[in-house]
Design a protein around this ligand. Structure first.
Ligand code: AMP
Ligand code: GLY
Length: 420
């Protein structure tokens, strides 16, 4: 089988690693990939927003199956487009991708199917939003409706902050805004919950927790993710059951009633409040860096998962996992998430990687046989171990060995499961 992976981050490198572990997968193509995927796959330099060029390459090279990593092409309808040419795709169609592409679509679904989520209001103009904010309790959460690369969410402590958020959104900071969402601030602990769905059946695909803030102690600006660990410390059979019955199944039913099968990974961002799950957001893909912590724990051959997915018989499969804990620490370029330097060399030769240690590349590229940085998040250092503490210690040792002068990383990833 020949498999294509669309994307160029740590998530896509981890996907290539899982695919490479299978004897049944003869060739992997990564569009456009990075310096890490380059050693497992053939990197193909095509813009992932150019669906026609992607389709032409896939057909010419007889690629049997294409996995879509990031959300933007999904929200833009890449699955619908490629399927018109009989290409087999892993990822939801355009209607289902609204779960991530429109927070208001998701909130309305929650309302209709009684899915627990924060109380909310939808506001069509700034006057109405501001007048609501004059009489509400703080903190309050204000969200732009569409995709905003994780940046369209404001947690406002008072009216002044909230009115700034409303004005920025309606002024078009995250693209043309016809409405916005104001929601109740939930107090609890966050958890990421994943499923894999073939349209007819689904399987749970693990839990994780990421650290989005740039500085230790979860302080500072939001980023794409500074690290993650898996499983979440909150995971129990009882909670899994509640999440599935109260959130996942009603969502899949709601989509089915829109004549839409959900296919691909579905990532529920949850807040657990006194043992009860509330949906904060959906993502229609794997998390990054959650994926990098999850896939090294996967025991089942990925080609078996792909075949069951294609046959829409995932329910027959017992997906097996290593019992281990796993921690991913992200090495970033100094200055991230603001401005940073690119094209700084990394020396990754002769590193002492232990068994069950992995380096997944994110923002890297190859230039004249050298590995250069090419983004804010550069490498993901992952260790799988019996316990979280040794997983973190070993990841930190490897980062110390990499000793990249242009970089920084958080040393406290997983503090809730290690230090408290
Ligand atoms: P989102 O992009 O919707 O995941 O929001 C980004 C982050 O904002 C989440 O990971 C939460 O930490 C926080 N957040 C979003 N909505 C709420 C809410 N209703 N209550 C508390 N925190 C929230
Ligand atoms: N780690 C957060 C995300 O992938 O959206």
């Amino acid at each position: 089988m020949k498999v294509g992976v669309i994307g160029s981050g740590g998530r896509e490198h981890a996907l290539c690693y899982s695919l490479k572990n299978s004897d049944k997968i003869k060739q992997i193509y990564c569009f456009p990939g990075n310096a890490g995927t380059n050693s497992l796959a053939k990197n193909v330099d095509i813009d992932i927003n150019d669906f026609k060029k992607l389709k032409d390459f896939i057909i010419q090279n007889e690629i049997n199956f294409v996995i879509i990593g990031p959300e933007k092409p999904l929200v833009d309808g890449i699955t619908d487009y490629l399927e018109k040419f009989n290409i087999k795709v892993f990822g939801p169609n355009k209607i289902a991708s609204q779960l991530e592409g429109s927070k208001i679509f998701t909130k309305k679904l929650c309302e209709k199917y009684k899915i627990p989520t924060a109380k909310f209001g939808i506001f069509l103009n700034s006057e109405k939003a501001l007048s609501f904010l004059e009489n509400c309790n703080f903190p309050i959460v204000i969200k732009a409706d569409g995709l905003a690369a994780g940046k369209g969410v404001y947690i406002s402590e008072n009216y002044t902050e909230a009115s700034k958020a409303v004005n920025e959104i309606f002024d078009g900071k995250f693209g043309k805004a016809e409405n916005l969402l104001i929601e109740e601030f939930l107090i609890g602990e966050e958890m990421s919950f994943f499923i894999i769905s073939d349209g007819k059946s689904y399987k749970m695909f693990g839990t994780a927790q990421d650290h989005k803030r740039v500085f230790e102690g979860d302080k500072g600006k939001n980023t794409g993710g500074m690290g993650a660990y898996s499983p979440s410390r909150l995971e129990t059979n009882e909670l899994n059951f509640k999440i599935i019955k109260k959130i996942i199944e009603p969502t899949l039913k709601g989509l089915r009633e829109l004549d839409c099968e959900y296919r691909g990974f579905l990532y529920a961002g949850l807040m657990i409040v006194n043992g009860e799950p509330f949906l904060i957001e959906y993502n229609v893909r794997m998390g990054d860096p959650e994926c990098q912590t999850l896939l090294p724990k996967l025991k089942t051959d990925f080609s078996i998962i792909i075949n069951k997915y294609i046959e829409q018989r995932l329910h027959e499969l017992n997906i097996e996992w290593y019992e281990d804990r796993s921690i991913c620490i992200v090495l970033c370029s100094k200055g991230y998430p603001d401005s940073f330097k690119n094209s700084v060399e990394l020396n990754l030769r002769n590193l002492n990687l232990k068994k069950n240690q992995f380096i997944f590349h994110a923002g890297t590229k190859i230039f004249k046989n050298r590995t250069l940085s090419n983004g804010g998040r550069v490498l993901n250092v992952v260790t799988r171990s019996n316990d979280f503490k040794s997983a973190r210690t070993d990841s930190l040792k490897l980062l110390n060995e990499i000793n990249w002068e242009n970089g920084f990383y958080r040393k406290d990833i997983g503090f809730k499961v290690i230090d408290q």
